[in-house]
Design a protein around this ligand. Structure first.
Ligand SMILES: Cc1cc2nc3c(=O)[nH]c(=O)nc-3n(C[C@H](O)[C@H](O)[C@H](O)COP(=O)(O)O)c2cc1C
Length: 311
């Protein structure tokens, strides 16, 4: 009997879809699999490249997980999916709004219930909080999370901060000035995602996902840096405050909130620049004092376990 696989993605520049293309490669050379590839689309598309204000205007509702209207999907009705692959990006340490909106839909309730799910993402370098939010959504849908993959930009934190802004706000992904590299997940890492697909295919055929996450991790499905974990945990708490502070002045696109948004636009990059060296030193101290705790935390975040709260 054919296995039915649903691939669900949202991708602005195509990075997530490139990763998806590699993961599903091992399924394509066999008639045993039927794949439906669904690219989610917001009813009102996000701009690309973004203006600074548009980019930050997406912040409060993304963090607060407010669902947005999506275009009608083309997912066939009455199919019992054997596996769902969800490709998304972290936006402001949360699940990007189009994917998060779909996960809150009635359709999601039908298709995820009891279904094995593998999530994958491509991002700059901070994904742990978004991944926990994703776990929480899947848990609420009674889905069975069996694997998760996170590919990141391997450049230093401040370097990737500059290059992601050039990419998102100017549309420049390639390297520039001779010192800044190409932004995003490297081509090599993207192409390498096929190996994860082989593991997933094998497990789907066996009908046994026990220990699959460890197998994916052994192949480099995810790395968690304690320094970024410290930074992300601070960021996630501050983001909740800022999202409330900005949205108190009005909803998405409301000029009444632009003053507060502009303040956030200055504070956020400054905080990253200031906090990067501080957290590097802090990491050094914390990792000596709380080494065991930090390692245990990183192990938990890499796992498919769900303990029920965010960072
Ligand atoms: C609004 C917005 C917020 C983002 N926030 C984060 C973030 O918190 N952490 C991160 O590592 N990357 C962040 N990114 C980068 C994305 O995760 C992703 O790498 C990029 O959008 C390209 O993916 P795509 O082409 O598949 O859409 C953000 C991108 C956007 C557009």
């Amino acid at each position: 009997m054919k296995k039915h696989i649903l691939v669900l993605t949202y991708s602005q520049t195509g990075q997530t879809d490139d990763i998806a293309g590699q993961i599903i490669k091992p399924f394509l050379d066999s008639d045993n699999f039927e794949i439906h590839y669904e690219k989610l689309k917001p009813k009102v598309p996000y701009p690309f490249p973004w203006s600074g204000l548009e980019f930050f205007d997406a912040f409060p509702e993304t963090v607060q997980e407010v669902p947005m209207e999506l275009q009608a999907d083309t997912i066939p009705e009455h199919v019992k999916w054997d596996l769902i692959l969800v490709g998304y990006q972290p936006w402001f340490l949360s699940v990007c709004r189009p994917v998060n909106s779909f996960l809150q839909s009635e359709k999601a309730k039908q298709i995820f219930n009891g279904t094995p799910v593998v999530t994958f993402l491509g991002c700059r370098n901070m994904f742990v909080n978004a991944q926990e939010k994703m776990k929480r959504r899947l848990h609420g849908l009674n889905a069975r999370l069996v694997g998760q993959i996170a590919l990141v930009d391997k450049s230093a934190n401040l370097v990737s901060l500059v290059t992601i802004l050039a990419w998102m706000l100017k549309g420049v992904r390639e390297g520039f000035l001779g010192i800044f590299p190409r932004s995003g997940v490297s081509e090599q890492e993207t192409m390498g995602a096929e190996k994860f697909g082989r593991i997933i295919r094998n497990r789907l055929e066996l009908g046994n996902y026990e220990g699959m996450q460890d197998e994916l991790l052994a192949e480099g499905a995810m790395e968690i840096k304690p320094s970024l974990l410290i930074m992300e945990s601070r960021g996630a708490k501050n983001f909740r405050f800022w999202a409330r502070f900005v949205s108190a002045k009005g909803g998405s696109g409301n000029p009444a909130r632009f003053g507060r948004l502009r303040l956030f636009m200055v504070i956020l990059p400054s905080a990253i620049v200031i906090l990067t060296p501080i957290t590097t030193i802090l990491k050094w101290i914390v990792s000596m004092v709380k080494r065991k705790h930090l390692l245990a935390e990183a192990e938990y975040y890499k796992s498919i376990r769900f303990r029920g709260y965010d960072l």
